[in-house]
Write a protein that binds this ligand. Structure first.
Ligand SMILES: Cc1cc2nc3c(=O)[nH]c(=O)nc-3n(C[C@H](O)[C@H](O)[C@H](O)COP(=O)(O)OP(=O)(O)OC[C@H]3O[C@@H](n4cnc5c(N)ncnc54)[C@H](O)[C@@H]3O)c2cc1C
Length: 458
């Protein structure tokens, strides 16, 4: 037991640290703290990992995606940017290595073998047109193995003294003397702790938003990703997929210098429609049992707003609603050739197109009437560049679906220890807007755990 913890004699304090949320962020924070013999309670609103049903995707021990394919992108700049917190690239990579070692101990397979020669070629080709190809060392946990990994991780934490309380939803914070001293569950039970860490993931975004309003917690709107889903014949993508099944290309558009990237490639997959509250969107997925002749990927422009409107979610919703209205409640699809010629796509033109859409519930139309001119410009310039790397991607027959929009949580303002504007209240992971994937969420958990330890030593 650390000295400070033994000295902390306050009858109200049940625990040294309370962590809300048992996803990667919460579990990695618990790992850092328990290694220093600090007493930790993790409170999770979902079920224990063995009791979770496959449809309980977002909640339970292990957090979101426990039943997913579990692709672990071993880079600090894919699901966020860890250098924002580490201020240094080597430290950011050090965090990724640390996470990789811990996950390996609990059964994560060795990362897939890289193909350095082919990657080098792709990198060079991308660099020659001013784009960046991001070689990623990836490990695939697999949906069958992920629950076992989580179980082993949790058992390890329990051996080190971490306590878990499942099926308990936290509803409020306890703020006393201008600092956070605990949390209150939905049933009204109070849990007191010297330090509190919020790690509630995507399912907790609205709750975090309510807390920011209730307690005037400082937060910024995150940038939004707006764009299209591109669908091409799979043979066009084969040479790149051979190097990486989810290739990431980053570039800056010529006219506006906006950041544009490829994301979520589905080789021989399907474009899918997503229904939201008040609008529709597109996404993509691939299946192991059914393959198509097409490959799709998201092509997204990152936009940040300043004044008078900082709220990127409102902006994104307005665009998505306009696209939904224009498409008659269905995603709009357009051939690049039609877009370039300034005309809408029609069912007739689509029927004789060499690329046939894998999504049937669509409206052939004109996406330039739905997406802002700036976004359209960025996409067309970006596709020109991408065509130099992946010849054929920019053909007249390529299909563009809209709207593809990625909304992110409001980002809580945190210091180097990941402490929020309320003393003793820390934040980590997707729910606080600090990450978007397993590795980045885990890394922010590690940073918050270390930050709490530093504050205890103060
Ligand atoms: C279907 C799916 C597939 C994915 N696949 C991948 C992938 O292959 N690779 C990848 O890198 N990322 C993937 N992701 C994203 C990844 O899962 C998340 O980025 C990551 O889990 C975020 O970790 P987190 O700890 O911040 O939050 P989460 O994992 O969301 O965990 C937060 C936990 O907090 C709990 N919680 C929320 N509110 C409360 C409350 N009020 N009281 C108590 N508990 C609360 C939730 O129940 C949840 O269990 C996927 C996500 C989904 C949904």
């Amino acid at each position: 037991m650390g000295e400070y913890v033994t000295l902390w004699v306050d009858s109200k304090m049940d625990h040294s640290v309370i962590i809300v949320g048992a996803g990667p962020a919460g579990m990695f924070a618990a790992y850092e703290l328990s290694r220093a013999d600090i007493d930790v309670l993790v409170i999770e609103k979902g079920k224990d990992v063995n009791d979770r049903k496959e449809f309980e995707i977002m909640s339970g021990i292990g957090g979101a995606g426990t039943f997913s394919d579990g692709t672990v992108n071993l880079r600090p700049d894919i699901g966020g940017d860890l250098t924002e917190y580490t201020k240094d690239e080597d430290r950011a990579w050090g965090l990724v290595d640390h996470i990789r070692e811990v996950l390996k101990k609990h059964g994560m397979p060795e990362p897939m073998r890289e193909n350095p020669e082919k990657e080098e070629k792709l990198k060079r080709r991308a660099a020659s047109v001013g784009s960046r190809y991001l070689p990623i060392i990836q490990s695939h946990i697999g949906s069958d193995k992920a629950p076992d990994l989580i179980k082993s991780f949790k058992e390890g934490l329990e051996k080190d003294g971490v306590k878990f309380r499942v099926n308990t939803e936290i509803e409020d914070l306890i703020i006393e003397d201008n600092r956070c001293t605990g949390v209150v569950s939905k049933s009204g039970k109070k849990y007191y702790g010297q330090y509190i860490l919020l790690a509630p993931g995507r399912v907790g975004i609205d709750w975090v938003q309510r807390l920011t309003e209730r307690y005037d917690l400082k937060a910024n709107f995150a940038p939004i990703d707006i764009g299209v889903r591109v669908e091409v014949p799979s043979i066009i993508m084969d040479p790149v997929i051979d190097v990486n099944r989810d290739p990431k290309f980053h570039l800056y558009s010529k006219s506006y210098d906006d950041f544009v990237r490829t994301f979520c490639t589905n080789h021989q997959g399907f474009v899918v429609k997503e229904n939201y509250d008040g609008f529709i969107g597109v996404n993509g997925h691939s299946r192991t049992d059914i393959k198509t002749e097409n490959t799709n990927f998201a092509f997204l422009v990152k936009l940040k707003l300043t004044e008078p409107l900082e709220d990127t979610t409102r902006y994104g919703r307005a665009i998505a609603q306009l696209a939904t209205t224009l498409g008659g409640g269905k995603p709009i699809v357009q051939r690049i050739g039609d877009l370039r010629d300034g005309r809408r796509s029609t069912r007739t033109r689509l029927s004789r197109n060499s690329v046939q859409p894998t999504l049937e519930d669509i409206t052939p139309g004109d996406i330039s009437m739905a997406l802002p001119q700036r976004v359209m410009n960025d996409i067309l310039e970006g596709l020109d560049m991408l065509n130099e790397i992946i010849p054929g991607v920019n053909s007249s027959n390529t299909l563009l679906y809209a709207p593809e929009i990625k909304f992110y949580a409001k980002k809580l303002l945190v210091d180097d220890n990941l402490e929020t504007s309320i003393p003793h209240l820390f934040a980590a992971g997707d729910g606080a807007g600090l990450s978007h994937d397993i590795v980045n969420a885990s890394a922010t958990g590690v940073l918050a755990g270390r930050g709490i330890r530093r504050c205890m030593d103060r």
